[in-house]
Design a protein around this ligand. Sequence first.
Ligand SMILES: [Zn+2]
Ligand SMILES: [Zn+2]
Length: 228
Amino acid sequence: MKAVISSHNKNMLAQDHGATAAPVQQPRTCNCKNKPKCPLQGNCVKENVVYQATVATETTTETHVGLASNFKERYRNHQTSFRHRSKRNETELSKYIWDLKDRKKSFHVKWRILRSCQPYSNVSKECDLCLQEKYFIIRKDLSSLNKRNELASSCRHRNRLSLKFFRILFIAFDVVEFYPSISLELLSEALQFASEHDPITDNERHIILEAKSSLLYSYGEPWGKKTS
Ligand SMILES: [Zn+2]
Ligand SMILES: [Zn+2]
C-alpha cells in the first residue's frame, strides 16, 4: 500500500513539475463574461456551424436555423437585433421576437449547434456550410421561422474569398504606384494567382477593368507604357 501511495505521489510530483515547466494551454471553449449565461453551456467558441434557436412561450415553440463562420459573433448580432427595435427586420428570428415583445408575451430562447461544417472549399467549389444550412431549412420541423426563399440565397462565403482577391489586387495597384515599370506583369500575376483560388466572374472582370481604366486616367498615360 505504501509503495502504491509513494508511486502515486511521485506521479503527482512529476505532473506538478511538468505543469510548471510547460503549462498546457487548453483551447478556450467559452469566452462569455457571465459563464452561467453561456448560450451553449460553456461551448460557445465555435466556427463554421449551423445552429438552431428555439423560441418558447408558454403555449408555442418556434425554431430558426442559421449558419455562422463564428458562432459567438453571430449570436451577439442576434442579441443586438432583439434589443434594438430598428433592427427588428434583420432576420426572421428578430421579426418573431419583436412580434412577441409587441404582444407582451414572455419567451425564452435556447441555442444549439445542429452541425459543424467544413468552410467553403476553393478546391470543390462547394460550401458545406451553406449546403447544410439549406438541408435544415428544408426540414420545417427544425426551422419553422425560416422562409422558403432562404433556400435560394447564394453562398456569401465564396464572395468573401473574392474580397480577399480584391485586396490582393488593390495591393498590386498600390505597388504599381511605386514601381510603375512592373505594373502590367503585376496585374497579370495578381489575376492569375486569384483565378487559381477562385474563378473570376464576368462581374468581377468588369470591376477589375473599371479599376484598371480609372488608374490609367489618374496617371494620365496608357497602362503599361513604362514597361515597353
Ligand atoms: Zn460561452
Ligand atoms: Zn457558403
